[in-house]
Design a protein around this ligand. Sequence first.
Ligand code: ZN
Length: 338
Amino acid sequence: MRALITDSNGPRLTDSQPSPELGPTDALVRIERAGISSLDLAAIAGRVNHHGVLGHELVGTVERLGERLASSPLLGQLVVASPNIACGTCDLCRKGLSGHCRSRRVLGLLNHDGTLAQHVVLPARNLVALPAGVDPELAVLAPAVADAIHVAHLAPVERQTYVTVLGDGAGALLAAQILAKRNASVRLLGAREERFGLCERWRVRHRHIDEAGRRADQDVVVVCLEPETGPSLTGEHGLLTALGMLRPRGTLVLQGPPVPVEGLDLSFGGNLDRVIRDEIRVLGARSGRIAEGVQAIASGLVDLPPLITRRGKLDEGVSLLRAAAEPEQIRTVVEIAA
Ligand SMILES: [Zn+2]
């Protein structure tokens, strides 16, 4: 099959990627659209340890199901998928913590081929059918929306006066958009002024990171760590900025990618004393529930069209990856022909 792959020789299109094999509880999905995010750019730059088919987002049709799923209603359905693949048998999976499975794999990012290909095989339990009327192009972003909703579940923003989202990548923009619906005082601190127009569209307050005060008065600070985030928002500097803004007993939510990304090391280092002295509550956030992402898109909770800044076809995959690194690009959606 045709696929966009990466390895130590860099990204390239191939027509000879072997078709994946179907296990007894798997689904074979014919991919219709896939996304390119900053994580894929990190993968081709060698910042994520992944060789194989790229891509962790998809909209596609279930073409075949494993032998144990003969009566599943998923056959023929248009679906999206959670990129996190759990084994289903380890102690954590059995405890209901399958998102933290001991042998977790991630589509296109960790020990599993991705979605920038004509087909993918993954466990059928990872799939959610798209409700009628949902635009399949917008549904490509369902995992990103799910992650932002997960942040909103964790961040205690109701009845708080000061809430800051630090970051200006797609994840931060989505988190700010969703949190601002629950608390109008939510503001986004970013480094790219050209993205502030989106905040205005969504009535989210915004400021440049360099103009932000360090008055230690914020009730909640959400840090969205994405590979595209510039140096002023990541690493020790970003953490110090976030800690410097929080009031004593404030909450720091650290949202990050599902796999380690070189250069996104948010080490607490010498700052743990501040966490203890001011009794800061620190919450980690990674992946949300894909069904919640789909529901949010179907109900119109999130405004996604302005986040899709480029479209293309799989045949142009390598040049789409190159173009996705341009500063004005937020997300690229790739059409995949049968
Ligand atoms: Zn497991």
